[in-house]
Design a protein around this ligand. Sequence first.
Ligand SMILES: Nc1nc2c(ncn2[C@@H]2O[C@H](COP(=O)(O)OP(=O)(O)OP(=O)(O)O)[C@@H](O)[C@H]2O)c(=O)[nH]1
Ligand SMILES: [Mg+2]
Length: 273
Amino acid sequence: MNNPILLIGKPGSSKTVFLSQLYLRLQKQKSTLKLYDQVPNLSLIIDALNELADGKEPTPTHSEQSLDFMLPIQSDGQRFDLICPEYGGEQVNQIIINRELDNRWKTAVSNSNNWLFFIRLSEINKAEDIADITPNANNVTPIPRDEDHILSDQVFYIELLQILLFYKFNDYHFKNAKVRLTVALTCWDELQTKDKPEDYLKKELPLLHSFINANWETNNWSILGLSAQQFRLTDKASQDKYAIEGPEKFGFLIDKDGNRTDDITQLIVNAVL
Ligand SMILES: Nc1nc2c(ncn2[C@@H]2O[C@H](COP(=O)(O)OP(=O)(O)OP(=O)(O)O)[C@@H](O)[C@H]2O)c(=O)[nH]1
Ligand SMILES: [Mg+2]
């Protein structure tokens, strides 16, 4: 049985690290989910697997790459083939620039009722808040020109969801019960918070939280924290930990109640209908 998950995330949002760590967890049998067969297209993540095993951060995925990564998964005796695209996140930026999906994305959106939405909150840009500007007669802030206009990430994510919902023929009269939406706040280790993931999103991106809450059935969406890598691999001590103990020893998930588990495959359990 095929069970396509649409993984949606901007560049640098941890897509490749997550798919690599997910594969390693499954392969080393360190999770509730298991593989029931060989993974057919491992070449898609082989460079990232090698880099992580050497304690190096993976190279960004080529923006042209857009291929499906398939994992034959077994859960409680049930088998399903998880299909998840591995692509350069620059494509997501292009969706917002062009306000449309190319054919591959159209097919992916129409085939999947499980959307896994990656947001790296440590890297978001926020719109300038007028309340933060102190008027000063000697230093008048120039009025921004049109070409200076940049979407805040919060608006970016809402626009993106609206575009995806448009191609899913969403009827805004009803709350969404068809597409299961799982928001993963990635690189959770960088946030240094004890908040529950939903509380944190509400604090950081309140409009996005309201948009999702207003448009999805309560039991059809959730927010989790994900740290697929657990820490940056920029210093020698961290690199050595990866190289000596193995990447699969690291990474964790924060469930919606704020509890931590090392079994990051639970994100898939949560994301699949
Ligand atoms: N601290 C920390 N860094 C992470 C984590 N996951 C990924 N990173 C780092 O963030 C950067 C981006 O991660 P990738 O997995 O390549 O992101 P991506 O979404 O595949 O990016 P593109 O391929 O450009 O679309 C890399 O330098 C990773 O090492 C994490 O959980 N914690
Ligand atoms: Mg990538």
